[in-house]
Design a protein around this ligand. Sequence first.
Ligand code: HSE
Length: 345
Amino acid sequence: MMTRIAFIGFGVVGQGLAEILLEQKDELKENYGFEYSVVAVSDKMKGAIYNENGLDLQKLLDVVKSTGKVDDYTEGTRGWDSLKTITETNANLIVEVSWTDIKTGEPAISHIKAAIKCHKHVVMTNKGPIALAARELLSMAKTNGVEIRFEGTVLSGTPALNLGVYNLASSKITKVAGIVNGTTNYILTEMEKGLSYEEALKQAQELGYAEADPTADVEGFDALGKIVILTNVVMGGMLTKDQVPCQGITNITSQDIQDAKQEGKRWKLIAGAELKGDGSVEAYVRPEKIPLNHPLAAVSGPINALTYTTKYLGDVTIIGPGAGREATGYALLTDILDIHRKAVR
Ligand code: HSE
């Protein structure tokens, strides 16, 4: 079965996936029987291109690299907006990588609903739709017989969500806590080395860790979206983001960081959720001073870590990249492969 892919959005993450798809084309076919064709790309800023017979992905990447425009690739129909690309192209899988709006989830929620109604699978790394509407979207997908996957919404390509949902199924997870934002962890790490907050944030943006609007990172909203996703998808919670107290790192000064160091501690932005006796789940996002001998203190730069506390295994911790072009592009590949393997089983 040929997977015909349409990209909605073609920024850092979309291009990261495209590069991995190209690099792995032969291995994916040989190892998993997975064959694909990218038929369309529609990006609000870069333009759009559709060719039902498939685009030359390397050529498209080269064109975007040199001119910044998708529609400078000429072999195909140009100018289709995201909804037309989702509904009217012959794609059977949509890669939704438009920008993240953690407050409204749009335009991604509309994109995902349109795709589901046309019986197309969706993979995404966009936290907005899953933090705000996971239940509704999953139920719509089930009714329409399609898959929606979002591994990369938490810890990018590090399989934190799949670990909770699949590998720790029925382990009785009572608590989850960790470092789930790469940008703030990078900033705190670099500030400890002597960089100013502004310099460290600029670097995090240049390295592709930060959100388009980095306020989402530094004010804690990105971590908030992730802990809501973890709570609702893994722990069966029904939290909305307004129910979670959220504090970012903007009030932490270089002096605070040096003071913590003197105390043998290190500031980390921690997101957590815990099951209460009455079955409800309480969650939070806040900076905490962690003793240097605590495992989370050693998690530095854009690396993230998440600990699941379970009844049968005790604590299970996963550590890995939480942001970045390749790491997040890879998350989408794992979702695509998962959908393919389920279809051919
Ligand atoms: N801005 C996010 C972060 C990207 O820094 O963790 C990955 O979700």
